[in-house]
Design a protein around this ligand. Structure first.
Ligand SMILES: Nc1nc2c(ncn2[C@@H]2O[C@H](COP(=O)(O)OP(=O)(O)OP(=O)(O)O)[C@@H](O)[C@H]2O)c(=O)[nH]1
Ligand SMILES: [Mg+2]
Length: 431
């Protein structure tokens, strides 16, 4: 089975919490703080591995979690770092953030990798919060959050040349005669239901050729098997458009040619702009009706394409076609490095410490301001509300981030209420 799309959920590890602890020594009544830091949570990393060819595994396992960081411990011991989770995917896999629909990374080559979900930072132990005025910090920092996201994996075959055409025109036959690939060949439509790849070796060079299921009218809308495979050929550099020029199924070659190109251009602008060589196949079946071929050839050449009369069955004309393909690839290589034009996910927008959202509400003439935010929640969760030092740390964080200034701009006055999650306090200037 060939699986070319999967949806999975990934979750990075939460950071370990910092520890609150104090030295306990005989004859030392008030030992200093010695709570160690929590370990960082593990990252979720995608890695392209050439030993994989499909996304099949992702059908059966859909949840992927990296390890949490261990909490800090007393005696200044660090919590262990959570282990990263490395998810191997075949080269050619595009990783898409489901929520935004944006491409996070295009893992083209073996060894390409990236971090798709960052592990939370380890929280600082209370040993870090000791100061001249705060000898016994009764709080520590909570570990950073884990990140959960749904990602879509899309595998696009990476071939240099794509074979396209109606069903039964001889695409697989051409692949089998040109490479060591052994695709199924039979005299009915949709013999090929998943793409096949083969390596063509010609002269002193080689290239990868992909045979995809036959296209039919409406393929761009999903008719036949077309749609899911059109995107595979988006990545090829060159197309070989195979046409049954003998019209053995009662269709007209010119009409076939136009219909397929029409599907390509409706699917994407880039696809129709790809260079095409035309393989006029099954010439062994012309039975003297050469003008059928000749009128096709003239029509197509007038449109600026090069035509190669071949018989894939009896291996006639195939070398000329493949030689031309190799030469065309060389030329294209010099011309450009065709990078995919995706809109990429912006990792910089992913703010580790989001500033607060400030929601202004008015209740019975009294103003209530609400502070929110991931980082704030983290500090809030670490706060020991019975400890003045801990409260002060929370408050300093708010001031340091300019939240009080912003609220003042919004009209914050003495006596107004500031709400932080389920905690409310009255604001006084001297804080
Ligand atoms: N006479 C003749 N028959 C051919 C030639 N090439 C392919 N065929 C026959 O055409 C039929 C279809 O060939 P395939 O290679 O399976 O065609 P395909 O384009 O891969 O078809 P789908 O996978 O269904 O899209 C088979 O019976 C082949 O033997 C040729 O050059 N001459
Ligand atoms: Mg086939």
């Amino acid at each position: 089975m060939f699986v070319d799309r999967a949806r999975i959920t990934i979750k990075s590890g939460k950071g370990g919490d910092g520890c609150v602890s104090f030295r306990r020594e005989p004859y030392v009544p008030e030992g200093g703080p010695n709570g160690g830091d929590g370990g960082k949570g593990g990252d979720v990393i995608f890695l392209a591995d050439k030993n994989l060819r499909t996304l099949m595994d992702f059908r059966y396992k859909r949840k992927y979690e990296a390890q949490n960081g261990q909490n800090g411990m007393k005696n200044n011991r660090y919590g262990k770092k959570g282990e990263d989770l490395i998810i191997k995917v075949p080269p050619g896999t595009v990783v898409i953030d489901e929520e935004t629909g944006l491409v996070m990374k295009d893992l083209i080559n073996h060894g390409d990798s990236f971090v798709a979900a960052k592990g939370g930072k380890g929280g600082k132990g209370n040993v870090h919060f000791k100061s001249s005025v705060r000898q016994a910090p009764n709080f520590a920092e909570a570990g950073g959050f884990s990140q959960t996201r749904n990602v879509i994996l899309e595998l696009k075959l990476i071939a240099d040349v794509g074979l396209i055409g109606f069903p039964n025109v001889g695409k697989s036959t051409l692949l089998s005669i040109s490479t060591s690939a052994k695709p199924k060949i039979a005299n009915y439509h949709f013999t090929t239901i998943t793409p096949n790849l083969g390596v063509v070796e010609i002269f002193d060079t080689s290239f990868v050729m992909a045979d995809i299921p036959g296209l039919i009218e409406g393929a761009h809308k999903g008719a036949g098997l077309g749609l899911q495979f059109l995107k595979h050929i988006e990545r090829t550099k060159l197309l070989i458009h195979v046409v049954d020029v003998s019209g053995s199924e009662g269709r007209d070659p010119i009409d076939d040619f136009e219909k397929i190109n029409n599907e390509l251009s409706t699917f994407s602008e880039r696809l129709i702009k790809k260079p095409q060589l035309i393989a006029a196949n099954k010439i062994d079946m012309l039975n003297g009706e050469d003008e059928k071929y000749l009128s096709f050839k003239k029509y197509v050449e007038d449109k600026g394409y090069r035509v190669f009369p071949i018989s894939a069955l009896i291996n006639q004309g195939v070398n000329e076609l493949l030689g031309a393909a190799a030469a065309e690839l060389k030329r294209l290589e010099k011309e450009s490095s065709s990078e995919e034009e995706y809109e990429y996910y912006d990792f910089n927008k992913e703010i580790d410490d989001p500033s607060y959202r400030k929601i202004y509400t008015s209740k019975e003439g009294e103003n209530v301001y609400v502070l929110e935010g991931q980082q704030l929640l983290k500090i809030f969760n670490s706060t020991n509300f019975n400890d003045l030092g801990s409260l002060r740390y929370l408050y300093q964080y708010i001031v340091k981030n300019g939240a009080i200034d912003k609220l003042k701009e919004m009209g914050l006055r003495e006596g107004d209420t500031i709400k932080i999650f389920d905690y409310e306090f009255e604001y006084y200037d001297e804080y």
